[in-house]
Write a protein that binds this ligand. Structure first.
Ligand code: CDP
Ligand code: MG
Length: 886
């Protein structure tokens, strides 16, 4: 099966359906497929006619040459016992009237694209149609992929509820958790989860249908899945066990999937669901405000609330911090009434008591010697209980200027606003509030990031306030340096946002920018794959024996440059082996390919970045594995500490936050310890945090005490459990477990851990500039004090002030990542010794004389890192590319 992908894909010469195969599943014509509805379900005749079907659809249906040969599933009618209310609300969805056409098209075609406005019912209804048509009957199930975890969970729950089935039957699987059982018939999952499954079972034999949802978002894994499925589908067809592929998109821009001759041999039919979208009046600002868009949004909401008739408001801002700031501001301006606040007060009180009791129950047994350093803090407050200060996409947050909002903007309105925050990392029970009824007498106001642009549909929104902004992570394609930038959205995104106002009746969209600015927007947002490093992707593809990743049928191909950088990194980590005689990566284009090594296969089994996977693969000595697992789990979850969370500009909060930071600094310093422990730097702090969390329990109290984000910590624990299993199955005789009383590493262990970290982060080395102040080319003096130099970067980099090595300033460090704010800052630092470089990062060194022996292979290194260092490399002289050392 893997061969399929290696054939020359540019010619489209893969074994797609050529019509010659005979299949043992009976052909079913469209007419035979007409289904009778279950008795509990009646669809008005009006809805059944095909008036709503677009020309695209008709054109697609005329494409009979696919239909002829597609062996359809025998139709079995599986009754579903829906509740009356559910049935009634389903009938209001535009997609319900199109069920017959959708099912006929799917029956007759291997690949179908369904486009429909957000809220038209694609995600919740299409899996149900398929279920009822027997696609999960007997062997094989229906799989639905979502780019966002929120959607996978909430949609599986919603569909289970609508179908009146248990969550054992309609289930979900995301990276760390799921409720899939042997009874599961409809499985919602993140796209990454399905990609992992393809690695284990290339033909996806468990599935009869795969629905790729939210394809318009163009997430990297979604794109790759579509590329892989374009090969799997014809192959399954050939085997007489067809797999149906349904691609669902909220926009009509599907040419990248349909008109891409490297993907599908036959253009798949495109079904357009005409939704009952009410007209939305667009109001542009006359001028685009120069000052804070948040300020502008605040003013606009106040105005709407004061002057316009009832109807919910939905505001789009860029990040979680902004969501909270705006919510807080509006809550203050339009406070909720006394009874409400007193219930909150009571809830708070009872939680406090609960916490106190818990503490009493636990404290006597705890020996805090190992980890605990801080005095027990005051009672956890509401904020800490919810210490889900998760950042949208984990971005670092900047201060938001909202203090200059005059209270006069609020006008005289005293009617309360029912404020709800919404962002993807908000705990799901809180997210679910937007679907609940609004208390009477209130106006709903949802402050959201772009999650509600397409993934979630909020009922009863009449007014949309669009800041026109989005926060996007940008990577330098080669160095991997990441920055978050707030940019203008695309025109397509602006129209999606506006559309949210027309779901229940005519609505209004207030764009806080001018029409001239809008005209300058990009038409569409770019595909994710073109914007980020692809090293993890390349490793996974190589693990599937897709050697020529350049030739993969991407819906949108990444730059060759990006692929080269990824292959270079993977070669340096030992995951790929350079074929003999390759001198330059330019040779790649001439048809040379890097093959995956044994180490590479092992690394691909770990669901973490290849750099961290390397650390895991090297950890099997001196009982280091449990520590490496803990460190890697923590490194893989971003923003563990709340130190990047900046409070609003209000004085008392600022003060409190400063206090908290001081306290955290002290904790970190103590945890870092001395000797090799201190030199393990920020990673030692992470390790201790993980250990302490296991020791004391991941409670709100613990998180409050150490300034840790609860949600991040929970994720770390799940990942740690997952990695422990993975390590046990991949590394022979590893036999590790999670010890709740894990002792801190010894000095020797800490030293070895530093070496292992270097082996993974060998391309992230920085050396301190000498304290002299060098002259720049224009003759001016450049202040280089405390500056570091990285081989890949021209500009100097600095240690981030939150690092425990900030004051230490070691000569050589490796860093987890560099973020660009006012300067380039390194985060996640470990001090290393320069003489380790040729052993643990040989491919990043330039040797001034040839080595006597080749660099050690993984198998050699595995048990004997230290020994190699002394024998083979003890006396060699070498230089780092940019730094002269001897
Ligand atoms: O996928 P698409 O955007 O086309 O629509 P959907 O997610 O299937 O949603 C269909 C309808 O179900 C929407 O009108 C939502 O308001 C509603 N829905 C809901 O009320 N609660 C949920 N948890 C999910 C959807
Ligand atoms: Mg959807």
């Amino acid at each position: 099966s893997l061969k399929l992908l290696q054939e020359d894909q540019t010619k489209g010469d893969y074994s797609a359906n050529k019509g010659q195969e005979t299949c043992n599943v009976s052909e079913t014509s469209a007419n035979e497929n007409k289904r009778t509805k279950g008795s509990n379900e009646t669809i008005p005749d009006k809805a059944k006619n095909s008036a709503g079907i677009s020309n695209t659809l008709k054109a697609g249906l005329e494409n009979k040459n696919i239909a002829k040969n597609e062996p359809a599933k025998p139709v079995v009618n599986i009754p579903v016992n829906r509740r009356k209310e559910v049935q009634e609300s389903r009938l209001k969805l535009p997609i319900i009237g199109e069920e017959q056409i959708i099912m006929e098209t799917i029956n007759e075609n291997p690949v179908v694209v369904i486009c429909g406005e957000t809220g038209s019912g694609k995600t919740t209804q299409v899996p149900q149609f398929l279920y009822e048509a027997g696609y999960a009957h007997g062997k094989g199930i229906i799989g639905v992929t979502e780019p966002r975890r929120v959607a996978a969970i909430s949609m599986s729950k919603r569909v289970a509820m609508e179908m009146n089935l248990s969550e054992r039957v309609v289930s979900y699987q995301i990276r760390y958790e799921g409720n899939v059982t042997d009874e599961t018939k409809i499985k919602f999952m993140t796209d990454g989860v399905l990609l992992k499954e393809i690695q284990k079972d290339f033909l996806l034999t468990r599935y009869n249908v795969i629905i790729i949802d939210e394809a318009h978002e163009r997430s990297m894994y979604t794109d790759i899945l579509i590329g892989l499925l374009s090969r799997i589908v014809p192959f399954r067809h050939k085997r007489g066990n067809p797999l149906k592929l349904v691609i669902m998109s909220a926009t009509l821009r599907v040419e990248d999937f349909t008109e891409n001759n490297r993907l599908f041999r036959e253009t798949p039919p495109v079904l357009k669901i005409d939704s009952r979208q009410f007209p939305v009046t667009i109001h542009f600002n006359r001028r685009t405000p120069q000052d804070s868009y948040l300020h502008e949004a605040y003013r606009k909401i106040c105005k709407i609330h004061r002057m316009l008739p009832e109807g919910g408001i939905l505001v789009f801002v860029t990040g979680q911090q902004e969501v909270h700031t705006l919510c807080r501001k509006l809550k203050k301006t339009f406070p909720i009434n006394k009874t409400e606040s007193s219930t909150q007060e009571k809830r708070k009180e009872s939680r406090r008591k609960l916490d106190k009791n818990r503490e009493r129950a636990v404290l006597p047994n705890i020996n805090l010697d190992n980890y605990s350093v801080a005095p027990v803090d005051e009672e956890a407050d509401e904020e800490a209980l919810d210490s889900d200060l998760d950042l949208e996409e984990n971005e670092p947050e900047e201060d938001i200027d909202c203090k200059d909002v005059e209270s006069s903007d609020a006008g005289s309105c005293t009617e309360p606003l029912y404020m709800l925050p919404l962002y993807s990392l908000l705990p799901s029970h809180k997210q679910a509030r937007v679907f609940e009824d609004v208390p009477s007498g209130y106006r709903l106001c949802v402050v959201s990031t772009n999650v509600s642009e397409t993934s979630l549909t909020i009922p009863n929104i009449k007014y949309v306030v669009d800041t026109g902004k989005v926060k996007t992570k940008f990577y330098d394609k080669v160095t991997g340096v990441s920055t978050f930038k707030i940019t203008w959205i695309s025109q397509a995104a602006a129209n999606q946002r506006a559309g949210r106002a027309g779901r229940v009746g005519p609505g209004h969209c207030y764009r806080l920018y001018s029409s001239a600015v809008f005209n300058e927007f990009e038409k569409f947002s770019p595909a994710e794959i073109t914007r980020r490093p692809v090293d993890d992707l390349v490793l996974q593809m190589k693990d599937m024996n897709i050697d020529k990743v350049v030739n993969f049928p991407y819906p949108t191909a990444p730059d060759v440059e990006q692929i080269e950088a990824a292959e270079r990194l993977l070669v340096s980590l030992g995951a790929l082996s350079a074929p003999e005689k390759i001198q330059r990566f330019r040779d790649l284009k001439k048809g040379f390919v890097h093959k995956i090594t044994t180490l590479g296969h092992a690394m691909a089994c770990f669901p973490v970045s290849p750099r961290y996977a390397k650390m895991l693969a090297l950890g099997q000595q001196h009982d280091l594995l449990p520590y490496v697992v803990a460190i890697v789990s923590a490194l893989s979850v971003q923003e563990i500490f709340v130190e990047n969370f900046k409070p609003s500009s209000e004085e008392n909060e600022k003060e409190e936050f400063t206090k908290k930071l001081e306290h955290m600094k002290a904790v970190k310093k103590l945890w870092a310890g001395t000797g090799h422990s201190l030199l393990l730097g920020d990673l030692m702090v992470l390790l201790k945090t993980v250990g302490a969390c296991e020791y004391e329990g991941c409670t709100p109290k613990f998180c409050q005490k150490y300034g840790v984000r609860m949600k991040a910590m929970k994720e770390v624990r799940k990942l740690r459990a997952q990695l422990t299993n993975a390590v046990n199955s991949v590394i022979p005789n590893a036999n590790i477990c999670i010890d709740p009383k894990m002792k801190p590493p010894t000095d020797l262990q800490a030293k070895l851990l530093r070496q292992i970290v270097l082996a993974g982060l060998g391309d992230h080395v920085a050396s301190r500039y000498p304290d002299v102040i060098p002259e720049t080319s224009d003759g001016s003096e450049k202040k280089m004090k405390n500056a570091y130099q990285c081989p890949d970067l021209e500009e100097p980099v600095f240690i981030h002030p939150t690092s425990v090595l900030y004051k230490e300033k070691p000569h050589f460090v490796v860093y987890q990542n560099i973020v660009e704010t006012s300067k380039l800052y390194m985060k996640g630092l470990v001090a290393i010794e320069p003489e380790w470089l040729p052993v643990f990062a040989p491919s990043h060194c330039m040797f001034s004389k040839p080595l006597d022996e080749p660099a050690p292979s993984f198998d050699e290194v595995k048990g004997e890192v230290m020994c190699h260092m002394n024998s083979t490399f003890g006396n060699c002289s070498w230089t780092l590319p940019a730094v002269e050392l001897e």
